[in-house]
Design a protein around this ligand. Sequence first.
Ligand SMILES: [Zn+2]
Length: 268
Amino acid sequence: MPEGHTIHRLALDYRRFSGGAVRVTSPQGKFSDAAALIDGAPLTRTEAHGKHLFLGFRDSDWVHIHLGLFGKVAFGGAPAPPATDTVRLRLANPTVYVDLRGPTTCALITDDEKNAVHARLGPDPLRDDADPDAAYRRISRSRTTIAALLMDQKVIAGVGNVYRAEVLFRHGIDPYRAGRDITPAEWDAVWTDLVELMHEGVRNNRIDTVRPEHTPEAMGRPPRVDDHGGEVYVYRRATLPCHLCGTGIRTADLAARNLFWCPTCQKR
Ligand SMILES: [Zn+2]
C-alpha cells in the first residue's frame, strides 16, 4: 500500500490537468455515469489527506480516490493510446493523459461527503492544516502500542509501514510501548520528524530516512538494494546488522504488517 507521500505526490502530478477542459472517461465502465457528469469540466484543485486523493472539478464536485492495495496510476503524453478495459478513470487533455486502475475507491462526491472523509481521518503531517495535538490526545489515552497507533489512520493519516518503523528507530522508541507512555516531548519530536521526512518523500518520490552520517558514502557501506527504494535503518532489514550498534534487526507481525526494529537502540 502506498504511503501518504505517494498520494500527495499524485495530487501535485494531477495538476498537469489544471486550466482547461478535461476529457473524463471510464473505459472499464464502473465510473461511466459519474465521468459523464464531469466530462469537459475544468480541474480546479487537487488535494490529499493521508491515503485519500481528491480531484476537484468545477466548484464542488470531487472525485475521491483511494488506491488500496492494488490501485495504480500511470501518466503518459498525448495522444493517449486506446484504453484497456481495466482503466477505471482516464483524464485526458491535448498534452497529457492519466489512467487509474484497480482503486478501492473512485467516486464522485460532494463537499459534504468530502468533509466527512476528512472528519474520520487523523492529522496528516503533509497537510498545512494538520493539528498534531489531535493525534496526541488519542495516543496519550491509549494502551495500544505506539507502532499500531502510528498505522491507525484515525489517529494519524498517511504514515505507513516504512515511516512508522523508521521514525520509531530515529527516536529510540520501543515499538511495543503503549501510546499513553509516550511523553509530549517525544510526540513533538516524532511529529516534527515525520513532517520533514514525509515532505522529503514527496520531493524525491522515495523514502530515505538515514541521517547524513549514516549514508552508504559516509559509512563506506554498500547501498541498500530493495524494490522499496531509499536508505533506511530497519525497514525490511531483518537479521541484518543495525547501522548504529550492529545488533541484528528484528521483525514481528504488528497491526497486520511486518514491524522492524533494533532491540538495542529502541529500548525507551
Ligand atoms: Zn541498533
